[in-house]
Design a protein around this ligand. Structure first.
Ligand SMILES: NC(=O)c1ccc[n+]([C@@H]2O[C@H](COP(=O)([O-])OP(=O)(O)OC[C@H]3O[C@@H](n4cnc5c(N)ncnc54)[C@H](O)[C@@H]3O)[C@@H](O)[C@H]2O)c1
Length: 277
C-alpha cells in the first residue's frame, strides 16, 4: 500500500546485496512510496549479489563504490546527482562487515589489521560519506541520513565481537556530524538500532537462531523484521520527522527496555536443574 510518503524525494541507498538485505527492502518500499534513488554497493557484491535485478525493478542504476574509498564516494555522489537531476533528500548507510567475525577471531584475540578494517567499513565509512556529501553540498535542506546500528553498541551481547565497537563509533559519528549538519544545513542524521534479522550480515552474529528466539521472547512486540525496519527508515526520510536528529532510535519491539519477560523466564526455567539458589 502506498501513501506517497516520499513523493518527489531523491536518495542514495547503500548495502542491498540480495532480497534478504534490509537495504533491499528499503529500496522496494521507497519506490512504492514515490521516491527516486540510486543504488550502490562494492564491485564484488554487485557481481556476486543480485542488486542488478533490484535496480531493474526500481527503474534505477547501480553505481559501484567501496564506502571506505573517498574517491569512490565522490564519484557516487556526483553520478547520483546527475542521474537524479539535483541534490538528494535522503541517504541510507546499510553497511557492516568484520573480518574478525568472519575468521572466527574472538574478542580477546583480535587481529588488529582486521579491527581497522571493521571500523573503516562499518563506521568510518559513514563519516567519509557525510564529509563527502557535505563538501559537495549534495543534500537538500531538511534532508535525512540514516545508518543502521545494533544494540551491542551499548550493551554487551556475547559474540558480537568487534562489530560492537564499530556500532558504538557509528552512533557517535551520527551525533557529532548531526550537530554540524543540523546547525549548518537543517539536515537530520540518525541511527536506527534494529532487532537481529536473518540477512547475510546477520548470519555473522553468533548463534543467530538462538539469539532471535531470546530477543523475540524478551520483546513485547516481538523482533522487528527487515520490512518493518524499511518502513521505519521511510518514516525517518519523510517530512513527518523533520526535528528528529542525533538520535539512536531503537527499532526492536521493546527489547532495549526489557530486563526479563514471562516468556523468556518460562524458557529459561526449563533449563534449570536445581532451584536451590
Ligand atoms: N541483520 C541484522 O541482524 C542486523 C541488526 C542490526 C543492524 N544491522 C545492520 O544493518 C546493516 C545492513 O545489514 P544487513 O543485515 O541488511 O546485511 P547485508 O549483508 O545484506 O548488508 C550488508 C551490506 O554491506 C555491504 N558492504 C560491505 N562492505 C562494504 C564496503 N566496503 N562498501 C560498501 N558496502 C559494503 C555488503 O556488500 C552488503 O550489501 C548493517 O549495518 C548491519 O550491521 C543488521
Amino acid at each position: 500500500m502506498s501513501n506517497n510518503l516520499l513523493k518527489g524525494k531523491k536518495g542514495i541507498i547503500f548495502g542491498a546485496l540480495d532480497e534478504k538485505s534490509i537495504a533491499w527492502k528499503v529500496a522496494e518500499r521507497a519506490k512504492e512510496e514515490g521516491a527516486k534513488f540510486t543504488l550502490t554497493n562494492t564491485l564484488p557484491s554487485i557481481r556476486f549479489g543480485k542488486i542488478g535485478e533490484l535496480a531493474k525493478d526500481c527503474d534505477t542504476i547501480v553505481i559501484p563504490a567501496n564506502a571506505t574509498v573517498v574517491e569512490d564516494l565522490e564519484n557516487l555522489v556526483e553520478k547520483s546527482m546527475d542521474f537524479l537531476g539535483g541534490k538528494v533528500d535522503f541517504i541510507l548507510h546499510s553497511i557492516g562487515m568484520s573480518l574478525n567475525v568472519r575468521k572466527k577471531r574472538v574478542y580477546n584475540d583480535l587481529d588488529y589489521n582486521y579491527l581497522g578494517e571493521t571500523l573503516d567499513i562499518s563506521a568510518i565509512s559513514f563519516h567519509k560519506l557525510l564529509q563527502v556529501a557535505n563538501k559537495m553540498d549534495a543534500i537538500n535542506e531538511w534532508g535525512s541520513v540514516i545508518a543502521l546500528s545494533y544494540i551491542a553498541a551499548q550493551r554487551t551481547l556475547f559474540g558480537y565481537n568487534d562489530m560492537a565497537d564499530a556500532k558504538a563509533l557509528l552512533e557517535s559519528i551520527a551525533r557529532s556530524f548531526g550537530y554540524i549538519y543540523g546547525r549548518d544545513k537543517k539536515i537530520r542524521v540518525n541511527t536506527i538500532s534494529q532487532s537481529p534479522t536473518p540477512t547475510t550480515a546477520g548470519s555473522g552474529i553468533k548463534d543467530l537462531v538462538g539469539l532471535m528466539d531470546f530477543t523475540g521472547r524478551m520483546s513485547p512486540l516481538g523482533n522487528a523484521t527487515a520490512v518493518e525496519c524499511a518502513d521505519y527508515c521511510l518514516m525517518m526520510f519523510s517530512d513527518f520527522t523533520r526535528k528528529v536528529t542525533m538520535q539512536n532510535l531503537f527499532h526492536d519491539g521493546g527489547f532495549s527496555a526489557m530486563g526479563m519477560s514471562s516468556s523468556a523466564m518460562h524458557q529459561y526455567e526449563k533449563g534449570i536443574v536445581s532451584k536451590d539458589c
